[in-house]
Design a protein around this ligand. Structure first.
Ligand code: AMP
Length: 282
């Protein structure tokens, strides 16, 4: 695996004859979820690039940018073992030169739920991904279904800016008890960790209720909420259209049960697709 640190080297490294390239952008602190994306990219492409970049633009002023877990040496070994050919690991000044002032704003899909709780987050995600897609020049990019709103935002950006990439979504990798793998799970104390799978349980209940034919949205949400036991505190819980993240008008068709809880100072997110159509869209 070749490791490059500059935009210029990354551009040169992917301009070889092996095509197509698959690309897996990450913030590092790799777990089995990230490696699943790399495995899919490996299966489906002639060459695989990944990136590790903790993007300051997508963190709010009171968020965990400074303490976000970093494990570069271990991450390199994991990506290498997963068959990654090229790792782009830029410093902040490579991505954001002095005087940086140009942003990609994804519009309304980036303003609700995660976007409402983290103002500017999706502008940061959309901006960095647009830059990374351009630098790497891969035909296919791989993202996790766990971050479903991020997928919705990037679908919008790719379509609106006519970016020459195909976005492929990889199902969420979970612990045995249902908790979605996340680099932030290391922040949980024992009590929070023990309660955390309740988020997936609540979302699974909601998805199953809709699948079984129920349409009493408010009652289903209320019943689902009762599963979010202390010390978890709800941030949001809803049924949405996976493309727009607006409230799903037709619950059966293609909706997604989404939720987020606070566990101490850590916020967890997860989602469960109601139908195969929702799974494809997410
Ligand atoms: P991050 O490093 O948190 O920015 O995540 C990088 C990529 O890994 C994103 O596309 C995430 O959606 C994806 N990802 C994170 N957790 C999981 C998981 N548990 N299963 C599948 N993909 C994941």
């Amino acid at each position: 695996m070749r490791i490059v640190r500059t935009v210029r080297d990354a551009r040169e490294a992917t301009r070889d004859s092996r095509r197509p390239w698959g690309f897996v952008p990450t913030m590092g602190a790799l777990h089995a979820g990230h490696l699943q994306l790399a495995a899919r990219a490996r299966e489906e492409n002639s060459a695989v690039a990944a990136s590790i970049f903790v993007n300051p633009l997508q963190f709010g002023p009171n968020e965990d940018f400074a303490r976000y877990p970093r494990a570069f040496a271990e991450d390199c070994a994991k990506f290498e073992a997963a068959g990654v050919d090229l790792l782009f690991a830029p410093d902040v000044d490579q991505m954001y030169p002095d005087g940086f002032a140009t942003f990609v704003d994804p519009g309304p899909v980036g303003d609700v739920f995660e976007g409402a709780l983290r103002p500017g987050h999706f502008r940061g995600v959309a901006t960095v991904c647009t830059k990374l897609f351009d630098v790497i020049g891969a035909e296919r990019v791989y993202f996790g279904a766990k971050d479903a709103q991020q997928v919705a935002v990037l679908r919008r950006v790719i379509a609106d800016l006519s970016l020459p990439v195909e976005l492929r979504v990889v199902p969420t990798v979970r612990e045995d008890d249902g908790l979605a793998l996340s680099s932030r799970n290391v922040y949980l104390n024992a009590e929070e960790r023990a309660a955390a799978p309740a988020l997936y349980a609540a979302l699974s209940f909601l998805a199953e209720a809709v699948r079984s034919g129920r349409r009493d949205r408010a009652a289903m949400l209320a019943e689902s909420r009762t599963r979010l036991v202390a010390p978890l505190r709800e941030a949001y819980l809803d049924l949405v259209d996976p493309l727009t993240f607006r409230s799903a008008a037709d619950l059966a068709k293609a909706s997604l049960a989404i939720g987020s809880v606070w566990a101490g100072t850590t916020r967890l997110i997860d989602n469960v697709p109601i139908s195969a159509a929702a799974e494809r869209a997410a």
